[in-house]
Design a protein around this ligand. Structure first.
Ligand code: LLP
Length: 422
């Protein structure tokens, strides 16, 4: 991302020095570029020029209010998977009719809230969910607009834990059952069945799994239409990959061409649910090296960020490029080093035997492509406060989520009066 580049040996986000930011805010922190977010959104929309479409930003990738608001201002809707995300999207100004509610386990309470707010589309993932949604909607005197998420049995060829479209994965309705479920929906007064949805996984770096899934869905839509059902919507999910290391993710235009080829003549309103592609490369995590040590024949750089701040490396063995905020002046040879956090788990590792120039205590490091599934997956494990998120626009920046302070953290617990407190 050109929004993160060096000027005079120091990394800048747009026109703000990350070094200055670190001095003012303290480390660790997330930093996002508003310009990169906007650019990513505009490129995404631009690729589908001329198609009847709604871009529903997958809030799960980065649910900071400022980020959602930025996309809302550009015309985005939202893809949400919980009542919390629904409320976040609404609070950030996304109108309810532009919200799609996805997820395999929406509870009665969540369905009720979503119907009361007038949620635009429910992506139903099972027959029991359809029955519950119908009952709740009927009770409220409302009609739920529904598409059915199909499990197309296509391997997304991505990390096992983020593949969602294979038979046996928990997501969606089996291909063979869609006809039956659609028929059932037609009989339910409070359900307005409009079409299908598909999402086969995340961080896809090849187009053929998309194509395979889309073709299956298109065939299914043709079958449903032949049976006399009206189908006027298809939700194509998210999943487009980004660059973490040396991936070559599909170009938006190539992806759009597939969509156009498969669905272009089908008279369908399209929904897209991009997350990572909009936010991933638009953010970094900045952390300071606390100690450098040698043990068991290995060198370790121990940084002040940890797996509770960015869990992707330990959860998915994910690679994040790591660089210095202030470039090293002297050319130092690369040597292998483990970059680890302070959490008391051996798995609290950001990089194993990474070839890096000499690292010293006090150095500021940055982890690239951390704008998606970074802050949102953080926790307070080891009683470490959630870290700040900072949004940059031009030469200004704002702390869009402050560091949690220790009092707030500790006050979340309640000691019942039947525990002796002395
Ligand atoms: N729609 C649905 C129904 C989804 O489940 C997801 C992501 C998206 C859209 C957005 O997908 P994207 O465009 O961001 O690939 N924590 C993992 C990623 C989990 C993705 C979950 N679902 C990671 O850090 O790689």
């Amino acid at each position: 991302m050109t929004q993160f580049s060096y000027c005079g040996g120091v990394l800048f986000c747009e026109d703000v020095s990350i070094n200055d930011m670190a001095r003012n805010v303290g480390t660790p922190f997330y930093c996002y570029s508003a310009e990169a977010l906007e650019q990513n959104y505009r490129s995404f929309v631009g690729a589908f020029d001329g198609l009847d479409k709604e871009i529903c930003y997958a809030v799960k990738s980065n649910s900071n209010q400022a980020v959602i608001r930025l996309f809302a201002n550009l015309g985005a809707g939202a893809d949400v998977v919980s009542e919390g995300e629904l409320r976040r999207a609404l609070a950030a100004g996304i109108s309810p009719d532009k919200i799609v509610f996805s997820g395999v386990g929406k509870s009665r309470a969540e369905l009720t809230t979503a119907l009361e707010f007038g949620c635009g589309q429910f992506n139903v993932e099972s027959r029991p969910e359809l029955e519950l949604l119908s009952a709740v909607a009927a009770d409220l005197g409302k009609t739920a607009t529904v598409v059915f998420r199909v499990n197309p049995d296509v391997d997304a060829e991505t990390h096992d834990k983020i593949s969602t479209g294979r038979a046996g994965d928990k997501f969606g309705i089996e291909f063979e059952q869609i006809g039956e479920v659609y028929a059932r929906a037609e009989a339910l007064e409070a359900i307005d069945a409009r079409g299908l949805a598909v999402h086969i996984g995340s961080q896809l770096t090849r187009l053929d799994p998309f194509l395979a899934a889309f073709e299956k869905v298109a065939n299914l839509i043709n079958d449903l239409r032949m049976q006399g059902y009206s189908v006027d919507r298809v939700d194509l999910g998210g999943g487009l990959g980004i660059v973490y290391r040396d991936e070559n993710p599909p170009a938006l235009n190539d992806y759009a061409e597939i969509v156009q080829t498969v669905f272009g003549d089908m008279k369908l309103a399209l929904t897209f649910e991009p997350g990572r592609r909009l936010t991933g490369e638009a953010g970094i995590l900045v952390s300071e090296v606390i100690y450098v040590k040698e043990s068991g024949g290995r060198r370790f750089a121990i940084v002040d960020a940890a797996m509770n701040d960015l869990i992707r490396p330990t959860l998915y063995d994910a690679w994040h490029d790591i660089d210095f905020v202030v470039e090293k002046t002297a050319e130092t040879p690369l040597s292998p080093i483990d970059i680890v956090g302070p959490v008391c788990e051996t798995g609290d590792v950001f990089a194993v035997q990474r070839a890096m120039p000499e690292i010293d205590a006090g150095d500021l490091l940055l982890f690239r492509s951390a704008g998606a599934y970074g802050a949102v997956m953080s926790s307070t494990y080891n009683s470490r406060p959630l870290i700040p998120e900072i949004l940059v626009k031009g030469d200004q920046y704002a702390v869009v989520r402050p560091r949690l302070d220790y009092d707030q953290l500790i006050k979340m617990d309640i000691v019942p009066d039947w525990i002796f407190t002395g």
